[in-house]
Design a protein around this ligand. Structure first.
Ligand SMILES: CSCCC(=O)C(=O)COP(=O)(O)O
Ligand SMILES: [Mg+2]
Length: 227
């Protein structure tokens, strides 16, 4: 019986194109000015130090920005990049430059499950701050009250089974009672290896008949027994 739904964001609750064509370019465009304006703040300095640590050598702020822009272009899920992106997107959401995209079917089913007492959690490479911003500023209003908690790469990589074991432990449920939703096979494989049930969101791509995961076009296709 499933007690908890753990969901990915990009390609699952929300469109790939919102992340790749709206959020990433916005962060790219504002990264240099953001670092220049905030480099003296302890939290941002710490993140810049983490960038230098990730490349294994000291970096000037300008070099750190160049590195961050390269990581954006390569869609790298590096924790300090994700944290800085979240801080930059905060300005965009607050100014109304964009709203967080969430598919209508995802909103409807998440509300339904929440109403039935199913606990909902997010696991995304985007920082917890960025996750809360996205779900807090949608065309359907503030969806954050639906969620019991959020996880990002501070818990571990999304394709590492240990991350899913850690999440199950931290929310005090057996992995077998968690349904993980994602559009990426490697993430689903990792969650399944940890013992979780899985559903593969294949919104636009081709269904793989040989896959070891239930494949659905949208949240309406997800069928499972909630306990
Ligand atoms: C929190 S919204 C931005 C998502 C993001 O930065 C990203 O890299 C997508 O990661 P996901 O794990 O949601 O596919
Ligand atoms: Mg995804």
């Amino acid at each position: 019986m499933i007690e908890v739904v753990l969901t990915d964001i990009e390609g699952t609750t929300s469109s790939l194109s919102f992340v790749k064509d709206v959020l990433f370019p916005y962060a790219r465009q504002h990264m240099a000015a953001f670092v220049q304006a905030h480099a003296d703040e302890a939290a941002v300095r710490c993140l810049l130090d983490d960038v230098a640590a990730a490349v294994g050598r000291p970096l000037s702020d300008g070099d750190a920005v160049e590195q961050l822009l390269r990581w954006i272009d390569e869609d790298r899920k590096i924790t300090p990049l994700k944290a800085l992106q979240g801080l930059i997107w905060e300005d965009g959401y607050r100014r109304g430059d964009f709203t967080g995209h969430v598919y209508e079917d995802a909103v409807r089913r998440l509300r339904e499950w929440h109403g039935r007492g199913v606990r909902l959690y997010v696991f995304s490479s985007g920082s917890v701050h960025a996750q809360k911003l996205l779900f807090g500023h949608t065309a359907y209003g503030d969806l954050t009250p639906l969620f019991s908690g959020y996880f990002d790469t501070n818990v571990g990589a999304k394709q590492d089974a240990e991350s899913y074991r850690c999440i199950a432990k931290s929310i005090a449920v057996p992995p077998q009672s968690v349904l993980f939703l994602s559009d990426i096979r490697g993430e689903l494989d990792a969650a399944q290896a940890a013992g979780m049930a899985t559903a593969w969101l294949v919104r636009d791509g081709d269904v793989d008949p040989a896959a070891a995961h239930s494949q659905v076009r949208d949240f309406d296709g997800i069928a499972c027994e909630f306990g």
